[in-house]
Design a protein around this ligand. Structure first.
Ligand code: ZN
Length: 371
């Protein structure tokens, strides 16, 4: 685009039902920011219920899921989640291998190794929890904000485990830890919360949160599962970054204990996890089977399901139009008057949507006919 003005729509997920007025206020702020040469930030309606401007418009059909129709980007099906049960059902375990998913996220956001690890771990966690949801068309969002230089890390999963995510400052890359590992905790910080929001199509999403322990994600997620969902769990998440910064391996597991599991069983499981090799090394060299074999060593276990997962974004030109239509008429008119093409880029993927001043004029026309 020759003289294209570039602006970004940031999909601001609002945890509680925001009114259209809130959205307009956000849009307003955005336009003001743009005038100062900054980023255009618009509210994007990423959940169901009355936060969806279409569903809250007079005469529309009320609560509905925004994610309908074919997603623009299909996930890569090399990645998968595999589930198993062990010890007569007292242990449930899920393993995700997600190299391609995390590599895609790294490419989109141009992540430093530490940012790729922080985002990658959060994506794996969201995928594991999202794929376990029973409700179709549900979404699960994990937001980690520990006050560290990286800002917020956000991962959203659909109910099939397909994820998308974003990170505040993808360039943050603190010095490695003494043990040579990427210092995700230093990038994320420990002064804040991990929040999980499950949107299953009811009026309000289910929201639970826990104070961050280490900012390393897996430990924080384990604390969340115990405190907020009362499920004793063990969790590991890992991203192995190659010397050329590409992702060599990524994945994780969650092991959950069902009520009634005895002490001996718990002790044995703990020992296995303590003694196991580094997760990303196992995934890189031997694959998911070896993860089950090491964590469930000494237990009889059965694989009970397998599902492909990947990176998938649900943005579309229509959804961007929806967001643009929340801008005040006057502001939209000002954008049209410049005669320039506006380019809107998605926060979760590398899709870009160009709107010529004619497109914007048509949008304005459509809006004023509605009102
Ligand atoms: Zn997108």
């Amino acid at each position: 685009m020759a003289s294209g003005r570039r602006c970004e729509i940031k999909y601001q997920r609002v945890e509680r039902n925001p009114s259209v007025a809130d959205a307009t206020a956000i849009a307003h702020l955005a336009v003001r920011e743009k005038r100062f040469g900054l980023t255009l930030v618009l509210a994007f309606f990423d959940r169901c219920g009355n936060s969806d401007p279409a569903s809250s418009a007079p005469g529309s059909a009320g609560s509905q899921f925004p994610y309908t129709g074919e997603p623009i980007k299909k996930g890569i099906v090399m990645d998968k989640i595999i589930r198993a049960t062990a010890a007569d059902g007292f242990i449930k375990m899920a393993v995700i291998t997600a190299r391609d998913t995390v590599e895609r996220a790294r490419e989109i956001h141009n992540c430093s190794p530490t940012a790729a690890a922080a985002l990658g771990r959060t994506l794996c966690a969201a995928s594991l929890l999202g794929e376990a949801m029973k409700e179709e068309n549900a979404t699960l969002t994990i937001r980690v904000n520990g006050g560290g230089p990286i800002g917020s890390v956000v991962a959203v999963s659909d109910s099939e485990g397909y994820v998308r995510g974003t990170v505040g400052d993808p360039s943050v890359d603190p010095p490695r830890r003494r043990d040579g590992k990427l210092n995700v905790g230093a990038a994320v910080g420990q002064d804040g919360m991990l929040t999980v929001s499950r949107d299953i199509g009811l009026k309000e999403p289910y929201i639970g949160s826990t104070e961050l322990r280490s900012g390393e994600i897996a430990e924080d997620l384990t604390a969340y599962l115990l405190e907020s969902e009362q499920v004793p769990s063990a969790c590991a998440l890992g991203v192995l970054v190659d010397t050329d910064r590409s992702i060599k391996a990524a994945g994780g597991f969650i092991v959950q204990l069902m009520p009634g599991a005895d002490e001996e069983l718990i002790g044995k499981l703990e020992d296995n996890i303590f003694l196991m090799d580094q997760l990303t090394t196992i995934l890189d060299e031997d694959g998911t089977d070896a993860v089950f074999a090491q964590v469930l060593k000494g237990f009889e276990y059965h694989l009970v399901g397998e599902a492909p997962v990947g990176y998938r974004c649900y943005c579309s030109r229509e959804r961007v139009e929806e967001a643009l239509s929340c801008i005040e008429e006057k502001e939209l008119q000002e954008m049209i008057d410049t005669g320039e093409t506006v380019e809107v880029s998605c926060q979760f993927c590398d899709a870009r949507y160009a709107f010529t001043h004619e497109d914007l004029r048509a949008l304005l026309q459509k809006e004023s006919e509605k009102n």
